[in-house]
Design a protein around this ligand. Structure first.
Ligand SMILES: Cc1ncc(COP(=O)(O)O)c(C=O)c1O
Length: 366
């Protein structure tokens, strides 16, 4: 299903000087481009409803009824993608079709309508095309694209909303954690972000709301990130608050990442790194991985590197694991691991057009 977007250009766009100023230190998610994409939906979960009023307009505040379902029952899902400008000026997104399918899966879990893949791709293309000058090109920089969907019907009964807005906004971003160096992570034992039958595999706001108290706890312990485990599966490691995790077994030339059990998010970066590791002749394993295996593997030298991965930070080396009553030391000391950095470099190389896109992962946006 395709849909025509109307375009109402921003009459007061940011000046080149202002964009230059923002590019000097974009950070992550601080600034937004001149436009946004919106598509409305009306219908019921069962009749499939109708997508309409696709438009590009000036970026700006929304006017919503205070009774809108999203404010009360959290019916919301979102995505995160990056667009890169290549040296010839063309603009590309990394595997956006995978994000489109994940948004559909998340929407289904939250009883929201499934946005057709073509509308998803077109919305991203339209927004990036009109806001092209907002793509920074420095090392590690890109345009972060945030598609999301909210329940807008003014109705306080608990049932799926009959009105929904799908929107896309974009933000020029730099490196998420600056220059890659191992970040210490906090093991959350007081809080879980997901459970069997819950929404862990969906990218919905509620999961992130549930992880923030654990994040604060971690920050009090000097950790930038939090990792969650499943106490009901022999302390199986699941994922970080916003990233998947990998363990490198150097001597065996192997990487291990927790299997997809329905409680973790299927990361696009995770999926891509599994492929790149396999391309390098490494053994890749998606399986249950426990805290005990982590502790013993670092102690006996089998685990030579640990890294986290996601769209925002790409690959982020993990240092120490800190918990309330124990610590697992960094597998690589203060330095990032060699394989982690090689995988990072290769993935970023493909995304930025410096390394051949042999798997056809890039989609041209403009
Ligand atoms: C909870 C969680 N896990 C994993 C990821 C990594 O997913 P991706 O590689 O698609 O960005 C993210 C980030 O989007 C996330 O929020």
């Amino acid at each position: 299903m395709s849909i025509e977007f109307t375009v109402e250009p921003n009459q007061n766009p940011a000046s080149d000087a202002r964009i230059e100023e923002i590019f000097a230190d974009p950070g992550f998610g601080n600034y937004f481009t001149d436009h946004m994409a919106t598509v409305d939906w009306e219908g019921t979960y069962h009749d499939g409803g109708q997508w309409k009023n696709a438009r590009i307009t000036a970026y700006g505040p929304l006017s919503l009824d205070p009774a809108a379902a999203v404010f009360h029952y959290g019916q919301e899902v979102f995505e995160g993608i990056k667009a890169y400008r290549h040296s010839d000026g063309s603009i590309w997104a990394f595997r956006p079709e995978v994000n489109a399918v994940r948004l559909q899966n998340s929407a289904r879990r939250l009883a929201l309508p499934e946005l057709p893949e073509e509308i998803f791709l077109e919305s991203v293309k339209q927004l990036v095309s009109i806001d092209q000058k907002w793509i920074p090109t420095g090392e590690g920089e890109s345009l972060y694209i945030r598609p999301f969907m909210i329940a807008t019907e003014a109705y306080l009964g608990v049932r799926p909303s009959h009105q929904v807005k799908y929107m896309v906004i974009a933000s020029p971003v730099g490196n998420y954690f600056g220059t890659p160096k191992p970040v210490d992570i906090w093991l959350s034992t007081n809080y879980a972000r997901a459970g069997v039958g819950g929404t862990g595999a969906a990218k919905c706001g509620g999961n992130y709301a549930a992880s923030m108290i654990a994040q604060l706890e971690g920050e009090e312990q000097g950790c930038q990130q939090v990792i969650f485990k499943d106490p009901n599966r022999d302390d199986a490691i699941e994922e970080l608050g916003g990233m998947n995790v990998f363990y490198v077994f150097g001597k065996e030339n192997k990487v291990v990442t927790p299997e997809l059990t329905g409680t973790i998010l299927e990361g696009v970066t995770r999926k891509s790194l599994l492929q790149l590791a396999e391309d390098r002749g490494m053994t890749v394993e998606e399986r249950k991985f426990t805290l005990t295996e982590w502790r013993e593997g670092v102690a006996n030298g089998d685990i030579t590197e640990v890294f986290a991965c996601g769209t925002a930070a790409v690959v982020s080396p993990v240092g120490k694991l800190k918990a309330a009553d124990f610590e697992i030391p960094s597998a690589t000391g203060e330095e990032p691991g060699e394989i982690s950095m090689a995988l990072r470099e290769e993935l970023v190389g493909i995304q930025t057009g410096k390394i051949e896109d042999r798997h056809g992962w890039l989609t041209r946006l403009a």
